[in-house]
Design a protein around this ligand. Structure first.
Ligand SMILES: [Zn+2]
Length: 556
């Protein structure tokens, strides 16, 4: 019943690698990785959903291999497992927003005109000016930039609408990313937008639906909740009518313009002051446990071995399909223009996650084997197979908050998520791996990765399109490296990109490009070896994103 792609013949060649110094580096075998993935992505593992037997089997499989290669256990009590608690929380919110317009103040309580996320972080009060940023969107292709004339820095950003005319289905993702973009890229201290239907499930922001209705939890987390986070609120028409009351514009007029996707006027909210009071108490009503798999290869240098290169992939995936797909696939797949979901095998209900992130799981195994049984760097190498990535980065958040080695001694974190395919099955991508976030914290790490790639006998094409700040997929925030980056650790995220089998029952082993995957494992090994050997760790200059679509290569 197979569809647009035939299964590929896997060449039994071994990828032999270039030299670093005089010692020959390890070799990566596509056949061996195929054998491992045959188990990791088999139906027996149930799609490796968090809190299922299948995930436990996957963890045991990885741990058994680590043991056989002599990788040192780095988990709890001398094991390869780090226990990660998943807390089901209930929120009691006394949060509110006070708005002063021309000397008149009104207070909107959470649930009465404004809505705070259920996880709204620790208690805090934010007072400040308000910046109306229109649609809150930047779309280079459409020549649209709501931030061109507006400065949200240090202010509460207000945006409205559901997007501008001409946006593609793929760009619709940007709609849900507006609050995060306002905070992270434009340094707003908080955001307020009208109540809208969510176009998709975001991470971190917005009220999440109760995961377990029987337990009536408001949200799940593996973190402590006392840290303040920038408030991202939604508000009613009445709230917006009051905010715009002194401007000469009726909010209903703006709302109608936005509904028609017309240009919005520049409106200065000069006489508006806002005070956001975040005051929530949380009750732990449920605790469940999952596990990260962690191992260590000790460095050879007595002085440097207490510093670490961390390498990660996620062990978990999304499990069974809730509704068995029938007939001719599941409709269009927005990230690949013009492509639809493939037709699944009749009765197939298991998301095997061969690429997501079976490819990362076995690539990490190959790199761990290479370091454990071959040439070791001066620094130690920490390997983490994270749990709970798919449900909200639970495992990596917990590891970053409760690291098995000090997080400030991690000189770099390399994350591998979906490295077994060509983006949108385009054969022209056969040599391409996407690199995301490599220059944001450490320019030197970016250049080190570029140099490692250039040293390979067959360098890959490093593409930075997904790192573009305007990229609608916002991939930088969507996998485990983000948890480490949030702690200031220089990160590199490797991926071969999205395809129409993404999060679908057709993400199966026969679609994996094993020879390509082995070359990417080789690159990750080469980069980790360099990061593990450089005398001075890659400097953290936090210079931010500079490579992107059409901008590539080392940064001078
Ligand atoms: Zn993934």
């Amino acid at each position: 019943m197979i569809r647009s792609r035939l299964s590929i013949a896997v060449p039994s060649l071994v990828v032999w690698l270039s030299l670093t110094g005089s010692a020959q580096r390890a070799q990566f075998s596509p056949d061996e990785m195929k054998q491992w993935l045959g188990y990791i992505a088999s139906d027996a593992l149930q799609g490796r959903q968090m809190l299922t037997e299948g995930l436990g089997l996957a963890g045991a499989y990885v741990a058994d291999h680590l043991k056989s290669w002599g990788v040192v256990p780095a988990g709890d009590a001398g094991t390869y497992f780090q226990t990660v608690p998943i807390y089901g929380m209930r929120t009691r919110s006394n949060s509110s927003v006070a708005v002063t317009v021309n000397g008149e103040t009104r207070v909107f309580k959470d649930g009465e005109g404004v809505t705070f996320p259920r996880n709204q972080g620790g208690k805090q009060t934010i007072s400040g000016d308000v910046e109306f940023v229109g649609y809150g969107l930047r779309l280079a292709e459409l020549n649209h930039d709501d931030y061109a004339q507006r400065n949200a820095k240090g202010k509460v950003a207000l945006f409205i609408g559901r997007g501008v005319r001409g946006m593609t289905a793929a760009q619709n993702r940007l709609i849900n990313g507006r609050a995060r973009d306002a905070v992270e890229s434009h340094h707003a201290v908080g955001t307020i937008s009208p109540v809208v239907m969510n176009a998709g499930r975001g991470r971190g922001a917005g009220p999440a639906a109760p995961v377990n209705a029987a337990q009536r939890t408001d949200f799940q987390t593996s973190r402590n909740l006392d840290l303040p986070i920038p408030p991202q609120l939604t508000a009613s028409d009445a709230f917006f009518e009051f905010v715009f009351a002194g401007t000469g514009y009726a909010y209903s007029t703006l709302r109608d313009l936005a509904a028609k996707q017309e240009p919005l006027p520049d409106i200065a909210l000069r006489d508006v002051r806002i005070t956001i009071t975040v005051d929530a108490d949380y009750e732990r009503v449920q605790t469940r446990f999952t596990r990260n798999v962690v191992g260590l290869v000790r460095g050879t240098d007595g002085r440097l071995r207490d510093t670490y290169v961390a390498i990660g992939a996620h062990l978990d995936h999304v499990g069974y399909q809730q509704f068995a797909p029938t007939g001719a696939g599941g409709g269009a797949f927005a990230a690949c223009t013009g492509q639809s979901r493939p037709t699944p095998r009749p009765g197939d209900t298991i998301n095997n996650g061969a690429d997501d992130d079976g490819s990362g799981i076995v690539s990490l195994m190959a790199v761990a084997k290479a370091f454990a049984t071959g040439q070791k760097p001066k620094r130690s190498v920490l390997f983490v197979w994270h749990s709970g990535e798919e449900e909200g980065l639970f495992g990596s958040r917990f590891m970053a908050d409760h690291p098995v080695v000090p997080v400030d001694r991690m000189v770099a974190m390399l994350n591998v998520d979906m490295v077994g395919r060509n983006r949108c099955d385009d054969p022209a991508q056969a040599n391409t791996v996407y690199v995301v976030g490599s220059e944001r914290i450490s320019t030197e790490l970016h250049n080190l990765n570029e140099a490692a790639n250039a040293s390979l006998s067959r360098p890959l094409t490093l593409d930075y399109e997904y790192n573009d700040v305007a990229d609608p997929e916002s991939i930088y925030t969507r996998s485990d490296h983000y948890s480490y980056a949030s702690k200031g650790v220089p990160v590199i995220f490797f991926t071969t990109g999205l395809h129409r089998d993404y999060h679908y029952v057709t993400d199966e082993v026969d679609r994996i490009e094993f020879a390509k995957m082995a070359r990417i494992a080789d690159l990750i090994h080469a980069t980790a070896l360099r990061a593990g050997n450089v005398e001075r760790p890659p400097a953290r200059d936090f210079a931010g994103p500079r490579v992107g679509k059409g901008r590539t290569g080392p940064i001078r």
